[in-house]
Design a protein around this ligand. Structure first.
Ligand code: P5A
Ligand code: ZN
Length: 488
């Protein structure tokens, strides 16, 4: 370990989540935040970078295997393009970083650091796409975007440079096909979140909170350990809102010409943040084995005599060979100036899912002790059983992390029929509260004010339980439910 330069005292995971998160990013050497002299921008450190890389690989696997094609667009967008769709620029106006000079020369046309790429890709699609025969077309890129966020910035959660922005942009020959794409994107995101054991609630965002330029927005939210919700992904039906101003006109199967239809969907560094946050505990992170930078750490327990020392060295070689054969990402912590207890502490903070303890006793008996990071259980196994036992343990850790997280999320979604009850739950317990709703914007906005929380939206299908119930704001019959929460 290269040694943390700052001492941030350990914090409790749930009770002091926000400070715990800062602590774990620091202690585990994931992301250096708060020191770089531009607000909202941090540095991926080697260990964090490996985690990020594995999560990016997971995203690529899921998208590549479903007909998405990776591309790379320029970072700079001319002001003229960014202004072409009026709702879009209205939504982003206050968040754009502008490049105004080239050297000492003021630029004729200002250039935006992309806050997202709908406008630049739509401009290019007007050259690329001419016929329904090319459709559906699914592009994506994984890049940095820049947003001059005015809400409090937080490492990986609300950045001004989002360094892991996965944006997918698709083109279709009908409204319905774009609708179908939204459904596909939702399934793909479920798969990605499931792989990371991240639980979620899917909502259709209300009209007043949809993506700037979308017909409608579907969002994934999770509940962080402190009970606040975090939006971890969004899927937008863009209709023809961009294809009309950018003139993406295509020939349809009946030979007529019409504007194409689009969707876009995005994920960010929040995916990495949530992987760390969701599975932690008071000792630090717990990495899901499938994306853990180090899956197994071997900690030798010092031997007494010279003879024992030699035997242990030899035996450690055998253990390493087994791990190598299994293609496990492992590390042998053979620092001899650091005591085992201190090593345990450090690797626990970093969230290595499995620790193997190997001492003179294990060397004599040809065994190893497997210690789980999630449950702290220990089992002793024969060396020749190690491959199968380790597979089982890692699979079980993944399952356990996922189940634990889902159990938490379910326990944090509650129903209320009155404003007072909703307000009480939000105040005392946080989490998500569902209320019957008449569907009118007026009541949604009123509710935010009365409950003192933000609206997440409504379930994609009308839930049964609201039948016969009334909107607690206006008393009209409920047509669906509305979810409110304290949001990040
Ligand atoms: C979809 C991809 C878009 O930008 N354009 C291309 C669409 N949608 S979005 O909802 O605005 O952003 C997608 C997801 O990115 C995360 N996100 C952020 N993460 C960290 N820091 C930020 N400042 C930030 N802003 C947005 C959210 O998870 C969002 O759902
Ligand atoms: Zn109402």
């Amino acid at each position: 370990m290269c040694g943390a330069a700052r001492e941030v005292p350990r914090k409790k995971w749930r009770e002091e989540f926000s400070r715990w998160f800062d602590w774990v990013l620091e202690e585990a050497e994931i992301y250096d935040y708060g020191r770089y002299p531009v607000k909202g921008m941090g540095i991926w450190l080697p260990y964090g970078f490996q985690l990020r890389r594995r999560i990016v690989e997971l995203i690529r696997d899921v998208l590549d295997s479903t007909g998405h094609e990776e591309i790379l667009m320029p970072l700079l967008i001319p002001e003229t393009l960014l202004r072409k769709e009026s709702e879009h620029i209205r939504g982003f106006e206050g968040e754009v970083y502008w490049v105004t000079h080239g050297g000492k020369e003021p630029l004729d046309i200002k250039l935006a650091l992309r806050p997202t790429s709908e406008t630049s890709i739509s401009y290019m699609e007007s050259f690329w796409i001419k016929s329904y025969k090319q459709l559906p077309k699914k592009y994506y890129q994984i890049v940095s975007i820049f947003r001059y966020e005015t809400k409090a910035t937080r490492p990986l959660i609300r950045l001004r440079e989002v360094t892991t922005f996965k944006e997918a942009h698709t083109v279709h020959d009908s409204f319905e096909d774009a609708d179908r794409q939204v459904a596909e994107a939702i399934e793909l995101y479920k798969k990605i979140f499931d792989e990371l054991g991240i639980p979620y609630v899917i909502s259709r965002r209300p009209e007043w909170d949809k993506f700037a330029g979308a017909l409608y927005t579907v969002a994934f939210d999770t509940v962080m350990p402190d009970g606040r919700t975090l939006q971890i992904g969004t899927v937008h039906h863009l209709g023809q809102n961009f294809t009309v101003p950018f003139e993406i006109r295509i020939q349809l199967s009946d030979e007529s010409l019409d504007y194409a239809w689009q969707t876009s969907y995005g994920l960010s560094d929040r995916l990495v943040a949530t992987t760390i946050a969701m599975h932690g505990d008071d000792r630090g992170a717990v990495m899901p084995p499938n994306v853990a930078p180090i899956q197994v750490v071997v900690v030798p327990i010092p031997a007494g005599s010279e003879e024992e020392r030699k035997q242990l060295q030899e035996y450690l070689g055998k253990v390493s060979e087994k791990l190598r054969e299994m293609k496990i990402r492992y590390h042998v912590d053979d620092r001899d100036d650091v005591r085992p207890g201190r090593k345990f502490y450090e690797w626990e903070a970093r969230g290595v899912p499995v620790r193997l303890e190997v001492g003179p006793r294990e060397a004599r008996n040809s065994t190893v002790v497997i210690a789980r990071r999630d449950t702290f259980e220990k089992i002793e196994v024969k060396l020749e059983e190690l491959p199968s036992k380790l597979q089982d343990v890692m699979e079980d850790i993944r399952r356990n992390l996922r189940e634990r997280a889902w159990k938490w999320l379910r326990s944090m979604v509650k129903r209320a029929e009155t404003i007072e009850e909703a307000k009480r739950i939000i105040e005392e317990e946080r989490g998500i509260v569902e209320l019957p709703w008449c569907g009118r914007e007026e009541c949604g906005l009123k509710l935010e004010e009365l409950v003192d929380a933000g609206v997440l939206g409504s379930p994609l299908e009308k839930p049964e339980w609201v039948n016969g119930k009334r909107c607690p704001v206006c008393g009209r019959p409920a047509v669906t439910s509305i979810r409110v929460a304290k949001k990040y």
